[in-house]
Each structure stands twice: as structure tokens, then as C-alpha cells.
Design a protein around this ligand. Structure first.
Ligand code: NOJ
Length: 554
């Protein structure tokens, strides 16, 4: 029964329809193009897709400004094309998650237009208004430096409206039961069309109290139970993966004590500390973050990631640590964003160093939870810092050496493809990498394959093993009498470590290397003596070369 929790041992891949594959040659990716790429996605082994918003939108915030929750933007195709695509996913056994952006609408949404035009409209109460400019109007911006205020005056409404994000994204009054009912309806609609759940945008803001008098908004956590309960009445396997960059001591509020709220959350705490660990070659910040986010209900799961479509948010690190990460991975001011993050893609941050890229992905895939891979990262795509804000890391997928990376036949792609420098599509593309057995793409495919065969990571309990040096992280997972052990050397020097396996029956155990023939045997009772090359990593199954046979039925 518990194995029905598919998200506990999944590999999620996120992409934007707009920049993935253009089939009709208008320069904009579409569902038909994406459908043609499903075999590629199945081939690399991902088990679920997360699509960024594709509903009709003026596209001022990459689609996170929606004007119709029940449709497909005509640039991407029709609802029919979506259904064909969803069917294609199902045929290949891939699950589909879509973004659920209900903290706010676009200011061009008919609900908002109606609400501002007519104070008596039923939609007036769907948004958050104030006659006077609230005292705290200049605080709480999510995009500081770009966004000036959280309350903007509307001439037509003759009132201020609240917007946690840009001024063209008025917040929905999510405490209003009618708005909540509409949110359920939106979820029900897409479930009926075949999705297995939602990546819920901006969860802490969705559930926060909103209003002109509210200085310290309290979260209404129980709202989440309402959403999830509805979801599971309609479709047992459906989940919500929450975007909630919150302090670890509130995690359980989001998951719910018995897992009755969110099934999954992105682990932002681990994400930022992982980059700090990579920047300093010191595993301690990562260990601390993993410990802080360890407890979660049995059915809940973390989404572990490296980069996403936003900036790498370092806002929860202290200033000195943030500066350290900036210095290592985004030293130029132009690489930084909103005073708190880095807007680059992973490969250029790690200077395209294959050893460091593998290390970062190996870590991400062996962290407690389910890995979430950003499109293009499987081939080490770069960024275009000429593009504004976060767009620099949202350029079209690089398929081949054809013009515009084979993304479109049109001369004007929606965003320029990267065509110069070491990350240009002439050098970094899928076609070339699939021919090369040693490419990052083929490494990724092999690693994903192995990751899926190690369900202990998603299901088990982790613990750390002392290595005597903070540069080398060793952790093990134990689940159903099976154990796996991972060793990562974060430093640019080779390191020799001694690992003592202390559990019963492990005294003369073999550590079977899951990725190569380099197994480790120890004298009875003696610690394992392991030499790890610079930025090296090891995946071991504890006790036994017959690693597949060793597994109990999962
Ligand atoms: C979070 C999304 O990840 C980001 O891209 C977007 O700008 C904001 N929410 C507003 O929807």
C-alpha cells in the first residue's frame, strides 16, 4: 500500500513549454514540440515532469501572471494539444505536475478587471483592497530593487490593491471561501485532464493573512489540508509540491503532523547550504541543514534541487556566508539579483568543471528526498547575462547544432538561444552528447538509472558517518534491512578517509561500488580505507556485490 506513494522514489524534471521545443515554427515552444520530445525525456529516465505555467498570460512574469486558469495559451497550442501531451506522458508511465499559481492573478484577468471597475462586483472581495495607502506599503517586496511597493493605487477602483509580487500581479484574497472554492475547481479541472498534482507557487503567501492592517501576517496552515483533502478525494495519487522557502522550524506546519497538508516541499534550507558547502569545501553547513530538515511525516517528501528557474536564493544565509557564496559562484554584481541571490545556471557557476558538476549532481541525487532537475542542466547549459533578471537562465533548450539550437525554425525565438562562447549550442547540445558515451548527458542518464534503483534514499533514514575531515561527507541510508553509503569529497585535493561501519554484521562487510568496479573490502573489524579523488564521490551498497538481489521487495 505504502508503495503507492510514487513521489517517494521519483525523479522530477521541470521545463517551460515556451522554451523547450517549437513544432510550428513561430519561435515559441509548444505542446506539439514537447510531445515529440517525450521519448527523449523517458530515455533519460525521469519519472515525472513539472511544467511551469502555460495558461493564457500576458507573459510579464514568464507566465506566472495568469488570465485564465482553465485554458492553454494559444501560443503553446490548444487544450486538445495538452490532452494529447498528457496522454503521451501516461503512455510512457511518466507523471505530470503543473504549476498552480493562485496567490495572485494577472491584472488583466477578467476577475481583476471586473473587481476594479465595479465595487459591487462579486469579484471585488476576491482581491485585497485599502482605501488609504497602508503604512507598510513599502515593505515585504519579494523582488527588492525591481519592485517598489506591495500596495499600488488603482485609478479605476479608487483604492490601493495588495500585491506581494510585481504590481501587475494583484494578490487573490485567499481567505475568501469563494476564492478557495475556485482554487479547488482549478485543481479539479486539471486533475480531470490527467495531471498527478501541482507545484504550488508561493505557498507561504497563499496562506498568509492579507490586509492593510496586517504587519506580521500569520500563516493559515489548515488551508493546505483543505486543498490536499480535496485533491485526494478526487485522485488518490495526486500531490502538492509546495514552493515554500521557510525556516526549518515551520516545516512540520506545512507538511502537517500526520502528512495531511503538503506531500512535498522544496528543501530551500538544504539548497542554500549545499552551495555554501560547495563554495567552502566544507560539509558542515550542509550537515546542519540536513539535520534541521530531517524530521518529516512518513508520507512526506523533500524535493531536492540545485538550480531552478528563479535566482539561487541565498537569503537565509548570514551575510558573511552569502558573500562567500557570491565570491565563489557569482562575484560580478551583474550575476547577482535582488540583493540575495545568483541568477546563473549551474554549469557556468562551476566553471564548466565536469568533476564539480558531477559532484553537485551526485550530492543532489543522494540527498534525502526526490531530485528535481532543471531542463538543460542534464547537458550543462549556460546562461545569457545580457537578458534581464531571471531570464538569463531561461534560454531555449539546446537540441543540436542546427540554427537556434534546433529549438525553432523561426528567426526570432522567444528568448535568444545561447550561440556564443563555451556554452553556445554549437558546443553544448543534446545531439552531440548522446553520441558521446562520456558526455554529461550519458552520465546523467546512468546516474538517474542508478538513483531509481536505490529507493533507500527516498524512503529510508539517513545518518552521518564520521570521516574525520569536514571536506568529506559520508552518509548512509537504512531501509528494510538494506543500507547504502555515499561519500563525497567537496575539496579540490584527494582525500583519504577511514569509515567505520559499526552496525551488527557489518564488521567484514564489502562496500559494493554501484557506479564502478572499485569496491571496498576491509580487514575484519577494521575501518574501510577509502581514497577519494578531488571532487570525487562514491555510491556503495553496504554488504554485498549482488546489490540487486540484496534488495527486498520494494
Ligand atoms: C515564484 C515563481 O517561482 C517565480 O518565478 C514567480 O516570479 C513568483 N512566484 C511569482 O509568481
Amino acid at each position: 500500500m505504502i508503495n503507492d506513494l510514487w513521489y517517494k522514489n521519483a525523479v522530477i524534471y521541470c521545463l517551460s513549454v515556451a522554451t523547450y521545443m517549437d513544432a510550428n515554427g513561430d519561435g515559441i515552444g509548444d505542446f506539439q514540440g514537447l510531445t515529440r520530445r517525450l521519448d527523449y525525456l523517458q530515455g533519460i529516465g525521469v519519472t515525472a515532469l513539472w511544467l511551469m505555467p502555460f495558461q493564457p498570460s500576458p507573459f510579464k512574469d514568464d507566465g506566472y501572471d495568469i488570465v485564465d486558469y482553465y485554458g492553454v495559451d494559444s501560443r503553446y497550442g490548444t487544450l486538445g494539444d495538452f490532452v494529447e501531451f498528457a496522454h503521451g506522458c501516461r503512455q510512457r508511465g511518466m507523471r505530470l505536475l503543473i504549476d498552480l499559481v493562485v496567490n495572485h492573478t494577472s491584472n488583466e484577468h477578467p476577475w481583476f478587471k471586473e473587481a476594479r471597475r465595479d465595487p459591487k462586483s462579486k469579484y471585488r472581495e476576491w482581491y485585497v483592497w485599502s482605501k488609504k495607502k497602508p503604512r507598510n506599503a513599502a515593505s515585504g517586496m519579494v523582488f527588492p530593487g525591481v519592485q517598489k511597493s506591495t500596495w499600488t493605487h488603482d485609478q479605476t477602483a479608487k483604492a490601493y490593491y495588495f500585491h506581494r509580487f510585481y504590481d501587475f500581479q494583484p494578490d487573490l484574497n485567499t481567505a475568501n471561501p469563494k476564492v478557495q472554492a475556485e482554487i479547488l475547481k482549478i485543481m479539479g479541472f486539471w486533475l480531470q485532464l490527467g495531471v498527478s498534482g501541482f507545484r504550488m507557487d508561493a505557498v507561504p503567501f497563499v496562506i498568509a493573512e492579507k490586509g492593510p492592517e496586517i504587519a506580521r501576517p500569520k500563516e493559515q496552515y489548515e488551508m493546505l489540508r483543505g486543498f490536499t483533502q480535496f485533491l485526494n478525494w478526487r485522485e488518490g495519487e495526486a500531490i502538492i509540491l509546495g514552493e515554500a522557502n521557510v525556516l526549518p522550524d515551520t516545516d512540520m506546519e506545512y507538511f502537517g503532523g500526520a502528512g495531511e497538508r503538503l506531500q512535498m516541499m522544496f528543501n530551500f534550507e538544504v539548497n542554500q547550504n549545499l552551495f555554501l558547502a560547495l563554495a567552502t569545501s566544507d560539509s558542515r553547513p550542509l550537515v546542519k541543514a540536513m539535520r534541521a530538515t530531517k524530521s518529516r511525516p512518513a508520507t512526506a517528501q523533500w524535493g531536492q534541487f540545485l538550480r531552478n528557474h528563479d535566482e539561487l536564493d541565498l537569503g537565509r544565509l548570514n551575510e558573511a556566508d552569502r558573500e562567500t557564496v557570491f565570491a565563489a559562484f557569482g562575484a560580478d554584481l551583474d550575476m547577482q539579483l535582488y540583493g540575495r541571490g545568483i541568477r546563473r545556471r549551474l554549469a557556468p557557476m562551476l566553471q564548466g568543471d565536469r568533476r564539480r558538476l558531477e559532484l553537485a549532481y551526485s550530492l543532489m541525487m543522494t540527498l534525502p528526498g526526490t531530485p528535481v532537475i532543471r531542463y538543460g542542466d542534464e547537458i550543462g547549459m549556460g546562461d545569457d547575462l545580457h537578458l534581464p533578471e531571471r531570464n538569463c537562465a531561461r534560454t531555449p533548450m539546446q537540441w543540436s547544432t542546427e540554427p537556434h539550437a534546433g529549438f525553432t525554425k523561426n528567426d526570432k525565438p522567444i528568448l535568444p538561444t545561447i550561440s556564443v562562447g563555451p556554452y553556445g549550442f554549437q558546443h553544448v547540445n543534446v545531439a552531440a552528447q548522446r553520441r558521446d558515451p562520456n558526455s554529461l548527458l550519458n552520465w546523467m542518464e546512468r546516474t538517474i538509472r542508478m538513483r531509481k534503483e536505490v529507493p533507500e534514499i527516498g524512503w529510508g533514514d539517513f545518518s552521518f558517518i564520521s570521516t574525520g575531515t569536514p571536506q568529506v561527507l559520508a552518509m548512509r541510508y537504512d531501509w528494510r534491512n538494506n543500507s547504502v553509503l555515499f561519500v563525497h569529497n567537496l575539496s579540490s585535493e584527494p582525500r583519504e578517509v577511514r569509515l567505520a561501519l559499526k552496525r551488527e554484521g557489518e564488521a567484514d562487510c564489502i562496500l559494493a561500488n554501484l557506479l564502478s568496479d572499485d569496491h571496498s573490502r576491509a580487514e575484519k573489524g577494521a575501518p574501510h580505507h577509502i581514497l577519494v579523488e578531488p571532487y570525487g564521490y562514491r555510491w556503495y551498497r553496504v554488504c554485498g556485490l549482488d546489490y540487486l538481489l540484496k534488495r527486498s521487495d520494494t
